[in-house]
Design a binder for this molecule. Sequence first.
Ligand code: ZN
Length: 389
Amino acid sequence: MRLSRRPAQPLPVQVRPVGGETVVSYVFRLADANSFTRPTMLLRAVGEPIATNIHAGIIEHHDITLNAPALARLAALTGRPLASLAITLPSLGTARVDRRLASTTEPLINAFSSSAIRGHCQQCIARIPDQPDIRVHRQSAPAICPRHHRWVDTTRQHPHQLDLANNIEIITAHRRFQRLPSTRDDPTRARQQLCRTTEIVTHWHHHRHRFADSIFTQLHARWDTRARTLPTPGSATPLLVLPEAVALAEILCDPRWLRHVAMADHDDLLPFYQQVAQRLGQPTQFSDHLAYTHQIDPLQSWVIEHRKQFRTLRNRHRLLRARNPYNPRFPNTNPTARHIFGDTQRLLRTPESTWRDAGKEPSALPLRTRPGTLVGRFGHSDVSGAPGG
Ligand SMILES: [Zn+2]
């Protein structure tokens, strides 16, 4: 009889899953704790593999997808509610769609490989009996162990964990990022922004020869000093530039600056670059260079991409502003305050009671921005095709 067809009972010895851990790592630890001769036996007890690629070596860079009956068996074997497991084991919370796992009666699993699987903090592991090999998903586990102040976000290029006890600057930056409201509300997007800002700052770091006389000199001096405080200087550039990457990510996660960059006229972007310079502790020349340089700069590329997404909306608002200049007596009629989250319908309903009373669709009516003043139809036909910077 297949292991996956035997009744699933809670195992006698339970272990606690680690945040961000792979299901394979967790199941293998459970198997070890319960003296299974081979850890893959417990995996097969959870569900029947639909491919024959299940072996002990998959712990390194594989995790598994489970169908509903297999999930139920995992919950039964671990004695933990599925909802609680899904919080700790990320591949349960974001299950991949796999038609081969469609069965609603037979428990099935399938292994998938991921380059984003890495080791857990070695000092945390050293505190656990038998020092198990714990593997986690990079996106769901902290890059710096909060308990041991070790950088653990290793990659093939940077395979060694680093002790950051002497580098409070990097630890503080990491904490600041985790406390960002965006990190709590939309962690995936915040992480994407941090990846982008890390690329931008790493680019500035790598291309120092291009800026020999330059406004990046102060930053390079700072990075050189910081590199000397790391155990292996220069071994992990993303870590070295983390404080600057986080400072930039704080701006790129701030809705007010996102809105400004999206909607301001091209000539009004300087305040954004000034904010960047200020947060990075750089002089005015730094912001001037970023704002007016003709060289390809990665921050400018981000600005161009971001503005491109809102070009149509920006052009509409520009047209509206031209017809109806901002009036401080009616601040709510200023459209730039409301654009960013696709709230154009609310904008079009101003003043709301007028359209409600008329019982008509706001988009079918001429836009009225203050009582008694019609400023014309606000529709696609009015939008000029001029690019917006
Ligand atoms: Zn640790």
